[in-house]
Design a protein around this ligand. Structure first.
Ligand SMILES: [Zn+2]
Ligand SMILES: [Zn+2]
Length: 582
């Protein structure tokens, strides 16, 4: 089956909704039951009296088994039911009369929306949610998914590796139904779709266009431009059990994960122009159509669209803003960074903190994959949830690295730390400990809910610390799920320029933080970017690619990216950074 977004092969969990049926006048037992089910779960989450919780879950159970509708019953009939009684009977009357239950409203009020949402996730009951909320201090689905990916749940009671995997799968499923998808989630679908179209209809033209071709970090749907006729497309899709729906400008179908594919029918004459207009941003296309030489004529190649207006080629990812057209009018655009330009792995975690693999396993794999160095930056001591390193463990880790470096030369493992930026903006160790690292990455991991003033104070303090070399994931955002703390990017970039600090482009497909939209400003200010995978396992190295894809959008070149430095250049960089230290 080709139209399946990977990772989403699960049944829809019993979704518990606190919905108020507005149309039906008579309430069904199961609708009333939902109020009590949710009430019992929320009371459990808030640590209420067990007997009370039991009475509400019993009421839900009784309602489920009851064959007669309670809304038809007299009060005396209702109160006489075993498992209901007068107190709960009155609550049922309240629900029937008002479609509300005041007690439930109270609990809903005092529960963060993200925690309520977690109740919709298969496999997450009140007990687990309490641990997630109170011990891991996680309040949203996206944060929870990230914690699973960082292997953080397994350290808590009730969460084995298998449970963590099940939760992770259920979360993926849930998120995929929210209408937006990460680039990485639809990538294999896009690739396999292109392949099957080319294989089955080699005499027609097809291209995956739209936001995907522009390499946006998240997208709503896949746009396909094809010269297939409507009837051939319909038959082909029907043979694969997909139904096409007609819209004004396109045909669409949905895969089993509810992900939409839009089909744009083209002729050989307008194929390239259609792809061009669909894959460029609206701002870019509008500016293009205003060019004095512009007219739509049949284009035989993509290049001829550029030739017609006398403008140098602009790669699709860069077709975002109008300004790029002016730039390409005057000169050939610089070659942007490619995945093969990544020479070393910067920002990785080992079993010393919350990683899956040992330093040796990570280093051997990095070397085998052709990287010249590995920068191990485990968590610092305040990240206790991630088994952050106390000073004595740092000494031991450095000894291990020294031994490995002898063994793996000329490959080099650099000693680094991902130091928490504390509440006041200071780093997590005294200077003498910080001095033992080749490189310090400074990141915010705690108290993420803050005003811009507070966030900027913490970040600017960290940037001006002479031990800081790289600012890690500058906003803490998780795409599609956590906005990140508010920052003024311009001011951050200026501070990094002043203090010779590199800004990370965290390449995890759910982070992609810093946002590529600010990279151009950083380049102008001579601030280096570092595309870092933040790898918690060997497989994490592959994420570098997603950082590269968004960096291309901003026109980043290999020369402006720290992880493209060769080993010799990296050594020079470290020397230069260490000269900053007192
Ligand atoms: Zn981090
Ligand atoms: Zn990290």
């Amino acid at each position: 089956m080709i139209f399946k977004v990977p990772r989403g092969t699960f049944f829809i969990p019993t979704i518990l909704t606190y919905s108020l049926p507005l149309l039906s006048l008579r309430m069904h037992n199961y609708e009333i039951e939902e109020y009590f089910t949710l009430l019992a779960k929320l009371m459990d989450i808030h640590g209420e009296n067990e007997f009370k919780i039991k009475s509400y879950s019993n009421a839900a159970y009784t309602l489920d088994k009851l064959t007669e509708p309670v809304s038809d019953m007299s009060p005396s009939q209702l109160f006489a039911i075993r498992g209901i009684g007068e107190a709960i009977g009155k609550k049922i009357q309240e629900i029937i009369a008002t479609k509300h239950l005041a007690l439930l409203d109270e609990y809903v009020q005092k529960t963060p929306p993200g925690i309520l949402e977690m109740l919709k996730i298969k496999g997450l009951g009140p007990k687990k949610i309490v641990t997630i909320w109170k011990e891991l201090e996680i309040e949203s689905i996206g944060e929870l998914l990230y914690a699973c990916e960082e292997n953080r749940l397994v350290k808590y009671k009730g969460f084995g590796e298998k449970t963590q995997k099940n939760i992770q799968d259920a979360l993926h499923f849930y998120l995929q139904h929210q209408g937006n998808y990460l680039y990485e989630e639809v990538e294999s679908l896009a690739t396999s779709l292109q392949k099957s179209l080319d294989a089955e209809f080699p005499n027609e033209q097809h291209i995956i266009s739209g936001a995907f071709k522009r390499q946006l970090e998240s997208l709503e749907c896949l746009d396909v431009v094809t010269t297939l006729s409507e009837i051939n497309l319909t038959n082909w899709l029907e043979s694969k059990m997909f139904k096409l729906e007609k819209n004004e400008d396109f045909l669409s179908c949905k895969g089993e994960d509810n992900f939409e594919i839009r089909w744009h029918l083209a002729t050989p004459e307008n194929f390239f122009w259609k792809d061009f207009t669909l894959s460029g941003s609206p701002e870019f296309i509008l500016a293009w159509e205003k060019l004095p030489q512009f007219k739509t004529e049949p284009f035989k190649t993509e290049q001829s669209i550029f030739d017609q207006v006398g403008i140098h080629y602009i790669p699709t990812p860069q077709r975002e803003y109008a300004e790029i057209i002016g730039l390409a009018a005057t000169k050939t655009l610089a070659k942007t960074i490619q995945p093969t330009d990544i020479k070393g792995i910067i920002h990785s975690h080992s079993t010393w903190s919350d990683g899956i693999h040992t330093i040796e396993q990570m280093a051997v794999a990095a070397k085998a994959q052709g990287f010249e160095y590995l920068i191990i930056s485990d968590h610092s001591k305040s990240a206790f949830y991630a088994n952050g390193l106390q000073a004595d463990r740092i000494v031991a880790q450095h000894k291990e690295i020294d031994v490995l470096n002898k063994k793996l030369a000329p490959f080099v493992i650099f000693k680094s730390i991902e130091s928490d930026i504390l509440n006041d903006g200071s780093l997590d160790y005294p200077d003498e400990v910080l001095a033992s690292f080749d490189i310090v990455i400074a990141s915010v991991h705690s108290n993420l809910k803050m005003t811009e003033e507070k966030a900027m104070m913490r970040l600017l303090n960290a940037i001006s610390n002479p031990y800081t070399s790289i600012l890690g994931h500058p906003t803490g955002r998780l795409l599609l799920s956590r906005k990140g703390y508010p920052v003024n990017h311009e001011v951050l970039i200026e501070a990094c320029a002043e203090h010779n600090v590199v800004m990370e482009l965290n390449a995890h497909p759910r982070r992609l933080d810093m946002d590529w939209r600010y990279i151009q400003k950083a380049i102008e200010m001579d601030v280096l970017i570092s595309i870092d995978p933040d790898a918690h396992a060997i497989e994490g190295f592959d994420d570098c690619k997603y950082g590269v894809l968004v960096a291309q959008k901003a026109g980043l070149t290999a020369a402006n990216n720290l992880s493209s430095f060769s080993l010799a250049e990296m050594m020079e960089f470290i020397e230069y950074q260490q000269a900053k230290r007192p």
